[in-house]
Design a protein around this ligand. Structure first.
Ligand SMILES: Nc1ncnc2c1ncn2[C@@H]1O[C@H](COP(=O)(O)OP(=O)(O)OP(=O)(O)O)[C@@H](O)[C@H]1O
Ligand SMILES: [Mg+2]
Length: 236
């Protein structure tokens, strides 16, 4: 059974317009799957529809065999999906430690050990645990966002443009962390402008264009697809 199945989703922000016009995809357990495509294709909208921020008008979202279509975000997180939005994914006026604690908002058990694990994964954050996140670099803020999303020990992580706006060295660091998180058994569905880098570490990739599935295949195959390279990867 696939971990995540999205079947024929139609969704939009107003009654009149369907931004997503019947999109389907799958994420198998332990996989990294990327969604690429031009600006405005509906990539962020798709993540919002999976996470329950937008209620699909048609289609289904199955997680771990359970129909979660239209389930609100606060219940979706309880089922094991965490989401890191494209913007405003940290609380800048709170410290690193407070941001991580906020990530555990629905945990009633002692999560001290989990915070320690997160600091082991991101040693730079431990050193800055009492600093306000607004004072950190873009790369460090992205680590806080990832760490916060991991506090609930999700089975699936939804990441919207985690490398956007970062310096090249930081982009590499973020992709390295994503691979490390995946090595620990967390499946990842990632939206990326940095399509080439994302496909390199993806088991499978989907190209979305104008709210529809355009193409999909194993990451390595898409990397070597000439049409895709011409359209979305900036040449072969
Ligand atoms: N909150 C919103 N209200 C109304 N329309 C929206 C909203 N957010 C996005 N849209 C519209 O939905 C369409 C798809 O946007 P979406 O953000 O999903 O694209 P995207 O593929 O993530 O693009 P980008 O690469 O620029 O992040 C766009 O036409 C956009 O203008
Ligand atoms: Mg987007």
């Amino acid at each position: 059974m696939s971990l995540l199945v999205v079947e024929g989703i139609r969704a939009g922000y107003t009654e009149e317009v369907d931004i997503l016009q019947g999109v389907s995809l799958r994420v198998e357990r332990g996989q990294i799957v990327s969604i690429i495509g031009p600006n405005g294709a509906g990539k962020s909208t798709l993540l919002k529809a999976i996470f329950g921020i937008l209620r699909p008008r048609e289609g289904r979202v199955l997680f771990d065999g359970e129909d979660i279509t239209g389930t609100p975000p606060e219940d979706v997180v309880r089922k094991g999906i965490s989401y890191v939005p494209q913007v405003r994914n940290v609380f800048p006026s709170l410290t690193v430690q407070e941001n991580l604690e906020m990530g555990a908002f629905i945990r009633e058990d002692d999560f001290t050990d989990r915070i320690e694990e997160i600091y082991e994964m991101f040693p730079e954050l431990r050193a800055r645990r009492h600093e306000k996140v607004g004072r950190l670099s873009g790369g460090q803020r992205q680590m806080v966002a990832l760490g916060r999303a991991l506090m609930l020990d999700p089975k699936l992580l939804l990441l919207d443009e985690p490398s956007a706006g970062l310096a090249p060295g930081m982009v590499e660091m973020v992709f390295g962390k994503i691979r490390e998180i995946n090595d620990r058994g967390v499946a990842i569905l990632i939206v990326e402008q940095n399509a080439r880098e994302a496909l390199k570490l993806s088991h499978h990739g989907y190209v979305l264009a104008m709210g529809k599935n355009a193409l999909d295949g194993p990451g390595q195959e898409l990397l070597h697809n000439e049409e895709l390279a011409r359209l979305y990867l900036g040449g072969v």
